[in-house]
Design a protein around this ligand. Structure first.
Ligand code: IPE
Ligand code: IPE
Ligand code: MG
Length: 250
């Protein structure tokens, strides 16, 4: 029996994978440890999964690292997560360079502590010419925040006369989202067994394939990622059409 990686069809790779990294707290609790220990171990998984995705030729990987709603967690957990973020980005920059990975972010960057913003800006600038995987970190992000922000900007443009209300279409709306520069995810993975979206990319996942893994994020391995990709490759994306039309196109 071949392993999952060997069964992947390199010609049918998802161009963009998005992941809701969930289950760090439960993983730590299961080991009798504090939640922050789970986040620290979650960082190792981020590194392994990012490198595995880059290695097999995935072009875009979006990781949901901190949601708008996560600001409502106990302040010491928020603080620990922000510190972990700065430390990790600083430490990982050489490896991002080595692996030709470009880092970008989506979300309300101004809400992050100044130290985080500065470190992120540095690494984003340092990796901006890398041509391999684009790693999109969703930080202080929620889909409703992004959509609200977009609607406001569109309203301003209409008021100023640079945009006609009648000309607004899906392409216009898409162009005002923080995800505008990237293709929409082909595959959305959530770990930890929860089957919900938690205010992640609502507009962009309209036609994404959804995959729920029971593994807690610190336990999610490259083999689990390959298994999800294989599952994706065995699905038929019909976009509202019927099966015969889809197979004719191929
Ligand atoms: C995901 O793990 C990481 C973040 C949301 C920052 P959780 O911290 O949500 O872990 P659980 O879901 O409580 O186990
Ligand atoms: C979603 O996980 C947010 C991130 C993974 C960053 P949560 O753990 O915050 O989601 P809920 O609250 O269980 O839906
Ligand atoms: Mg959670």
């Amino acid at each position: 029996m071949k392993n999952f990686k060997e069964q992947i069809n390199p010609d049918k790779l998802p161009q963009h994978i998005a992941i809701i990294m969930d289950g760090n707290g439960r993983w730590a609790k299961g080991k009798g440890m504090f939640r922050v220990f789970g986040h620290q171990n979650g960082v190792h998984t981020v590194r392994k999964i990012t490198e595995a995705a880059a290695e097999i030729g995935i072009q875009f990987l979006t990781l949901y690292a901190f949601s708008t709603e996560n600001w409502n967690r106990p302040s010491f957990e928020v603080k620990a997560l922000m510190e972990l973020l700065v430390d990790t980005i600083a430490k990982e920059t050489p490896d991002l360079m080595k692996n030709n990975i470009r880092l970008v972010t989506i979300g309300q960057m101004e809400a992050l502590p100044e130290k985080c913003q500065k470190q992120l800006q540095q690494t984003i600038a340092a990796t901006s010419a890398n041509s391999g995987l684009t790693l999109i970190l969703a930080l202080s992000y929620s889909a409703k925040w992004d959509l609200t922000h977009a609607v406001k900007s569109i309203a301003h443009a209409v008021k100023q006369g640079t945009l006609k209300a009648d000309a607004i279409d899906e392409i216009t709306i898409n162009s005002y989202l923080s995800t505008a520069p990237y293709p929409h995810p082909d595959l959305l993975i959530r770990t930890s067994g929860e089957q919900r979206i938690s205010n992640f990319l609502l507009w962009e996942i309209a036609y994404s394939e959804l995959y729920f893994s029971p593994k807690l994020w610190p336990d999610f391995s490259p083999e689990d990622l390959y298994q999800a990709i294989l599952d994706y490759q065995n699905r038929e994306r019909r976009y509202g059409k019927i099966s015969e039309q889809v197979s004719e196109q191929e």
